[in-house]
Unconditional design. Structure first.
Length: 290
Protein backbone atom coordinates (compact mmCIF):
# COMPACT_ATOMS: atom_id res chain seq x y z
CA UNK A 1 0.00 0.00 0.00
CA UNK A 2 1.39 3.42 -0.94
CA UNK A 3 0.62 6.13 1.60
CA UNK A 4 0.62 9.72 0.33
CA UNK A 5 -0.45 12.52 2.74
CA UNK A 6 -3.97 11.43 3.61
CA UNK A 7 -4.87 8.94 0.91
CA UNK A 8 -3.74 5.32 0.58
CA UNK A 9 -3.17 3.96 -2.91
CA UNK A 10 -4.08 0.28 -2.95
CA UNK A 11 -3.33 -1.99 -5.91
CA UNK A 12 -4.36 -5.48 -4.78
CA UNK A 13 -7.56 -7.19 -3.68
CA UNK A 14 -6.12 -8.60 -0.39
CA UNK A 15 -4.95 -5.13 0.67
CA UNK A 16 -8.32 -3.66 -0.22
CA UNK A 17 -10.10 -6.37 1.79
CA UNK A 18 -7.84 -5.78 4.82
CA UNK A 19 -8.68 -2.10 4.70
CA UNK A 20 -12.45 -2.57 4.34
CA UNK A 21 -12.45 -5.24 7.11
CA UNK A 22 -10.76 -2.79 9.48
CA UNK A 23 -13.38 -0.14 8.68
CA UNK A 24 -16.19 -2.63 9.15
CA UNK A 25 -14.82 -3.57 12.58
CA UNK A 26 -15.38 0.08 13.47
CA UNK A 27 -18.95 -0.04 12.07
CA UNK A 28 -18.08 2.46 9.38
CA UNK A 29 -20.20 2.80 6.24
CA UNK A 30 -18.21 2.44 3.04
CA UNK A 31 -18.85 4.00 -0.38
CA UNK A 32 -17.23 3.07 -3.68
CA UNK A 33 -16.98 5.50 -6.61
CA UNK A 34 -15.80 3.57 -9.69
CA UNK A 35 -13.98 5.70 -12.30
CA UNK A 36 -11.58 5.38 -15.18
CA UNK A 37 -9.65 8.41 -13.91
CA UNK A 38 -9.01 11.77 -15.65
CA UNK A 39 -11.25 13.16 -12.93
CA UNK A 40 -13.42 16.21 -13.65
CA UNK A 41 -16.25 18.03 -11.86
CA UNK A 42 -18.67 15.24 -12.83
CA UNK A 43 -16.60 12.70 -10.88
CA UNK A 44 -16.12 15.19 -8.06
CA UNK A 45 -19.91 15.41 -7.66
CA UNK A 46 -20.01 11.60 -7.26
CA UNK A 47 -17.22 11.72 -4.69
CA UNK A 48 -18.97 14.51 -2.75
CA UNK A 49 -22.18 12.49 -2.67
CA UNK A 50 -20.24 9.47 -1.37
CA UNK A 51 -18.63 11.60 1.36
CA UNK A 52 -22.05 12.88 2.42
CA UNK A 53 -23.56 9.44 2.82
CA UNK A 54 -20.68 7.29 4.11
CA UNK A 55 -17.82 7.41 6.63
CA UNK A 56 -15.19 6.04 4.25
CA UNK A 57 -14.86 6.51 0.51
CA UNK A 58 -12.92 4.38 -1.95
CA UNK A 59 -12.45 5.78 -5.45
CA UNK A 60 -11.39 3.18 -7.98
CA UNK A 61 -9.31 4.03 -11.03
CA UNK A 62 -9.09 1.39 -13.70
CA UNK A 63 -9.21 1.99 -17.45
CA UNK A 64 -11.09 -1.15 -18.31
CA UNK A 65 -10.02 -2.43 -21.74
CA UNK A 66 -12.91 -4.88 -22.10
CA UNK A 67 -15.49 -2.10 -22.38
CA UNK A 68 -13.81 -0.55 -25.44
CA UNK A 69 -14.55 -1.86 -28.93
CA UNK A 70 -11.75 -2.46 -31.46
CA UNK A 71 -12.10 0.93 -33.12
CA UNK A 72 -12.74 2.91 -29.97
CA UNK A 73 -10.51 5.30 -28.05
CA UNK A 74 -8.77 3.00 -25.50
CA UNK A 75 -5.24 3.87 -26.70
CA UNK A 76 -5.81 7.62 -26.32
CA UNK A 77 -8.05 7.55 -23.24
CA UNK A 78 -6.71 10.26 -20.85
CA UNK A 79 -4.62 8.99 -17.92
CA UNK A 80 -3.23 11.16 -15.11
CA UNK A 81 -2.98 9.19 -11.86
CA UNK A 82 -0.85 11.80 -10.08
CA UNK A 83 -3.30 14.58 -10.99
CA UNK A 84 -6.20 12.38 -9.84
CA UNK A 85 -4.49 11.65 -6.49
CA UNK A 86 -4.04 15.38 -5.88
CA UNK A 87 -7.74 16.02 -6.54
CA UNK A 88 -8.83 13.13 -4.30
CA UNK A 89 -6.52 14.13 -1.48
CA UNK A 90 -7.94 17.60 -1.48
CA UNK A 91 -11.45 16.14 -1.28
CA UNK A 92 -10.48 14.02 1.75
CA UNK A 93 -10.79 10.62 0.11
CA UNK A 94 -9.48 7.69 2.13
CA UNK A 95 -8.43 5.17 -0.53
CA UNK A 96 -7.63 5.22 -4.21
CA UNK A 97 -7.98 1.64 -5.46
CA UNK A 98 -5.97 1.46 -8.68
CA UNK A 99 -5.52 -2.23 -9.45
CA UNK A 100 -3.10 -3.43 -12.10
CA UNK A 101 -4.30 -5.20 -15.23
CA UNK A 102 -3.01 -8.55 -13.85
CA UNK A 103 -4.96 -8.02 -10.63
CA UNK A 104 -8.23 -7.46 -12.51
CA UNK A 105 -7.71 -9.90 -15.38
CA UNK A 106 -5.18 -12.54 -14.36
CA UNK A 107 -4.08 -15.14 -16.90
CA UNK A 108 -6.93 -17.49 -17.69
CA UNK A 109 -9.68 -14.98 -16.79
CA UNK A 110 -12.79 -16.41 -18.46
CA UNK A 111 -15.93 -14.93 -16.90
CA UNK A 112 -18.27 -12.33 -18.29
CA UNK A 113 -21.37 -10.77 -16.75
CA UNK A 114 -24.09 -10.16 -19.30
CA UNK A 115 -27.28 -8.33 -18.43
CA UNK A 116 -29.90 -9.11 -21.06
CA UNK A 117 -32.56 -6.73 -22.47
CA UNK A 118 -31.33 -3.51 -20.81
CA UNK A 119 -28.06 -3.80 -22.75
CA UNK A 120 -29.64 -4.52 -26.11
CA UNK A 121 -31.01 -1.11 -27.17
CA UNK A 122 -29.57 2.42 -27.27
CA UNK A 123 -25.73 2.33 -26.93
CA UNK A 124 -25.81 -1.48 -26.91
CA UNK A 125 -26.69 -1.49 -30.62
CA UNK A 126 -23.66 0.61 -31.55
CA UNK A 127 -21.17 -0.64 -28.95
CA UNK A 128 -21.76 -4.41 -28.89
CA UNK A 129 -19.05 -5.36 -26.35
CA UNK A 130 -19.31 -2.30 -24.14
CA UNK A 131 -21.89 -3.26 -21.53
CA UNK A 132 -20.59 -6.78 -20.92
CA UNK A 133 -17.21 -5.13 -20.21
CA UNK A 134 -18.80 -2.60 -17.86
CA UNK A 135 -21.00 -5.18 -16.09
CA UNK A 136 -18.07 -7.54 -15.55
CA UNK A 137 -15.67 -4.94 -14.20
CA UNK A 138 -18.29 -3.29 -11.98
CA UNK A 139 -19.32 -6.67 -10.56
CA UNK A 140 -15.67 -7.36 -9.74
CA UNK A 141 -15.18 -3.93 -8.15
CA UNK A 142 -18.33 -4.38 -6.04
CA UNK A 143 -17.29 -7.85 -4.88
CA UNK A 144 -13.72 -6.77 -4.20
CA UNK A 145 -14.75 -3.85 -1.99
CA UNK A 146 -18.26 -4.87 -0.82
CA UNK A 147 -19.31 -1.26 -0.19
CA UNK A 148 -22.58 -0.21 1.42
CA UNK A 149 -23.14 2.29 -1.39
CA UNK A 150 -21.73 2.63 -4.91
CA UNK A 151 -22.13 5.93 -6.71
CA UNK A 152 -22.58 6.42 -10.48
CA UNK A 153 -23.58 9.35 -12.68
CA UNK A 154 -26.90 9.70 -14.51
CA UNK A 155 -24.91 10.96 -17.51
CA UNK A 156 -24.39 7.29 -18.43
CA UNK A 157 -28.03 6.50 -17.77
CA UNK A 158 -28.14 3.12 -19.51
CA UNK A 159 -25.01 2.04 -17.61
CA UNK A 160 -26.63 3.14 -14.33
CA UNK A 161 -29.78 1.07 -14.98
CA UNK A 162 -27.69 -1.96 -15.99
CA UNK A 163 -25.64 -1.74 -12.78
CA UNK A 164 -28.81 -1.41 -10.67
CA UNK A 165 -30.15 -4.54 -12.35
CA UNK A 166 -26.99 -6.62 -11.97
CA UNK A 167 -26.68 -5.74 -8.28
CA UNK A 168 -30.30 -6.76 -7.76
CA UNK A 169 -30.11 -9.93 -9.87
CA UNK A 170 -26.85 -11.14 -8.33
CA UNK A 171 -27.90 -10.25 -4.75
CA UNK A 172 -24.91 -7.97 -4.27
CA UNK A 173 -25.72 -6.18 -1.00
CA UNK A 174 -25.11 -2.61 -2.15
CA UNK A 175 -27.20 0.50 -2.69
CA UNK A 176 -26.60 1.91 -6.18
CA UNK A 177 -26.85 5.68 -5.92
CA UNK A 178 -27.37 7.71 -9.13
CA UNK A 179 -26.22 11.34 -9.17
CA UNK A 180 -27.64 13.96 -11.60
CA UNK A 181 -25.39 15.00 -14.48
CA UNK A 182 -23.02 17.92 -13.92
CA UNK A 183 -23.06 20.40 -16.80
CA UNK A 184 -21.04 23.28 -18.14
CA UNK A 185 -22.84 26.64 -17.95
CA UNK A 186 -24.05 26.20 -21.53
CA UNK A 187 -25.61 22.80 -20.71
CA UNK A 188 -22.94 20.45 -22.12
CA UNK A 189 -22.68 17.37 -19.88
CA UNK A 190 -19.20 16.94 -18.42
CA UNK A 191 -17.32 14.02 -19.95
CA UNK A 192 -13.68 13.04 -20.36
CA UNK A 193 -14.43 12.84 -24.09
CA UNK A 194 -15.27 16.58 -24.33
CA UNK A 195 -11.49 17.09 -24.50
CA UNK A 196 -11.54 15.60 -28.02
CA UNK A 197 -13.83 18.38 -29.36
CA UNK A 198 -12.28 21.05 -31.59
CA UNK A 199 -13.09 24.67 -30.60
CA UNK A 200 -15.74 24.78 -33.35
CA UNK A 201 -17.32 21.48 -32.22
CA UNK A 202 -17.27 22.66 -28.61
CA UNK A 203 -19.46 25.62 -29.63
CA UNK A 204 -21.98 23.26 -31.28
CA UNK A 205 -21.97 20.60 -28.54
CA UNK A 206 -24.50 22.16 -26.09
CA UNK A 207 -27.20 21.73 -28.74
CA UNK A 208 -27.45 18.07 -27.65
CA UNK A 209 -28.74 19.00 -24.21
CA UNK A 210 -30.90 21.86 -25.52
CA UNK A 211 -32.67 19.54 -27.98
CA UNK A 212 -33.18 16.84 -25.31
CA UNK A 213 -34.58 19.47 -22.96
CA UNK A 214 -36.93 20.79 -25.64
CA UNK A 215 -38.19 17.31 -26.47
CA UNK A 216 -38.71 16.48 -22.76
CA UNK A 217 -40.70 19.70 -22.35
CA UNK A 218 -42.83 18.84 -25.39
CA UNK A 219 -43.50 15.34 -24.04
CA UNK A 220 -44.49 16.70 -20.67
CA UNK A 221 -46.90 19.05 -22.43
CA UNK A 222 -48.55 16.01 -24.04
CA UNK A 223 -47.03 16.24 -27.54
CA UNK A 224 -46.67 13.06 -29.53
CA UNK A 225 -43.56 10.89 -28.92
CA UNK A 226 -42.74 9.81 -32.48
CA UNK A 227 -43.00 13.30 -33.97
CA UNK A 228 -40.83 14.81 -31.24
CA UNK A 229 -38.15 12.12 -31.62
CA UNK A 230 -37.92 12.72 -35.35
CA UNK A 231 -37.85 16.49 -34.88
CA UNK A 232 -35.09 16.11 -32.24
CA UNK A 233 -32.94 14.06 -34.59
CA UNK A 234 -33.44 16.56 -37.44
CA UNK A 235 -32.54 19.45 -35.17
CA UNK A 236 -29.24 17.85 -34.10
CA UNK A 237 -28.25 17.31 -37.73
CA UNK A 238 -29.18 20.91 -38.53
CA UNK A 239 -27.08 22.11 -35.57
CA UNK A 240 -23.92 20.49 -36.97
CA UNK A 241 -23.95 16.92 -35.62
CA UNK A 242 -22.68 14.65 -38.38
CA UNK A 243 -24.48 11.44 -37.34
CA UNK A 244 -27.17 10.55 -34.80
CA UNK A 245 -26.82 6.99 -33.51
CA UNK A 246 -30.14 7.20 -31.68
CA UNK A 247 -32.68 9.66 -30.31
CA UNK A 248 -35.21 7.73 -28.26
CA UNK A 249 -37.83 8.02 -25.57
CA UNK A 250 -37.73 5.08 -23.15
CA UNK A 251 -39.24 3.92 -19.90
CA UNK A 252 -36.97 5.30 -17.16
CA UNK A 253 -36.45 1.91 -15.55
CA UNK A 254 -36.68 -0.78 -18.21
CA UNK A 255 -35.34 1.43 -21.05
CA UNK A 256 -37.94 -0.07 -23.39
CA UNK A 257 -39.03 2.43 -26.06
CA UNK A 258 -42.38 4.04 -25.27
CA UNK A 259 -44.95 5.50 -27.64
CA UNK A 260 -46.89 7.39 -24.92
CA UNK A 261 -45.77 8.86 -21.61
CA UNK A 262 -47.62 6.87 -18.95
CA UNK A 263 -44.84 6.58 -16.35
CA UNK A 264 -41.46 8.20 -15.67
CA UNK A 265 -39.50 8.19 -18.95
CA UNK A 266 -36.16 9.33 -20.24
CA UNK A 267 -35.20 10.86 -23.54
CA UNK A 268 -31.75 9.66 -24.55
CA UNK A 269 -29.47 10.44 -27.49
CA UNK A 270 -26.03 9.63 -28.87
CA UNK A 271 -24.62 11.70 -31.72
CA UNK A 272 -21.31 12.51 -33.36
CA UNK A 273 -19.60 15.86 -33.68
CA UNK A 274 -16.83 15.00 -36.10
CA UNK A 275 -15.13 11.92 -34.60
CA UNK A 276 -16.41 12.50 -31.07
CA UNK A 277 -19.46 10.58 -29.93
CA UNK A 278 -21.46 12.42 -27.26
CA UNK A 279 -24.28 10.93 -25.20
CA UNK A 280 -26.78 12.63 -22.93
CA UNK A 281 -30.27 12.17 -21.54
CA UNK A 282 -33.09 14.08 -19.84
CA UNK A 283 -35.87 12.95 -17.49
CA UNK A 284 -39.51 13.12 -18.54
CA UNK A 285 -41.98 13.33 -15.69
CA UNK A 286 -45.32 11.64 -16.31
CA UNK A 287 -48.27 13.98 -15.75
CA UNK A 288 -50.45 12.79 -12.92
CA UNK A 289 -53.81 11.57 -14.17
CA UNK A 290 -52.44 10.42 -17.57
O1 LIG B 1 -18.44 5.14 -16.12
C1 LIG B 1 -17.24 4.75 -16.08
O2 LIG B 1 -16.32 5.54 -15.88
C2 LIG B 1 -16.95 3.27 -16.31
O3 LIG B 1 -17.82 2.72 -17.24
C3 LIG B 1 -16.92 2.46 -15.02
C4 LIG B 1 -18.28 2.44 -14.34
C5 LIG B 1 -15.88 3.02 -14.07
C6 LIG B 1 -16.54 1.00 -15.33
O4 LIG B 1 -15.30 0.91 -15.92
Amino acid sequence: MMQTYGISVIRTVPELRDQTAAWRDEDERIALVPTMGALHEGHIALVRRALETCDRVIVSLFINPTQFGKNEDLSIYPHDEIGDIEILEELGIHVLYAPTMEEMYPDGFATSVRVSELTEGLCGVFRPVHFAGVATVVTKLLLQSLPDVAVFGEKDYQQLQIIRRLARDLDIPVLIDGVPTVREEDGLALSSRNAYLSPRERVMAPSLFKVLQKVATGLQAGEEVQGLMEAGKRELLKDGFSKVDYFEVCDAETLKPVSRIKAAARVLAAAYLGKTRLIDNHPVVANRGD
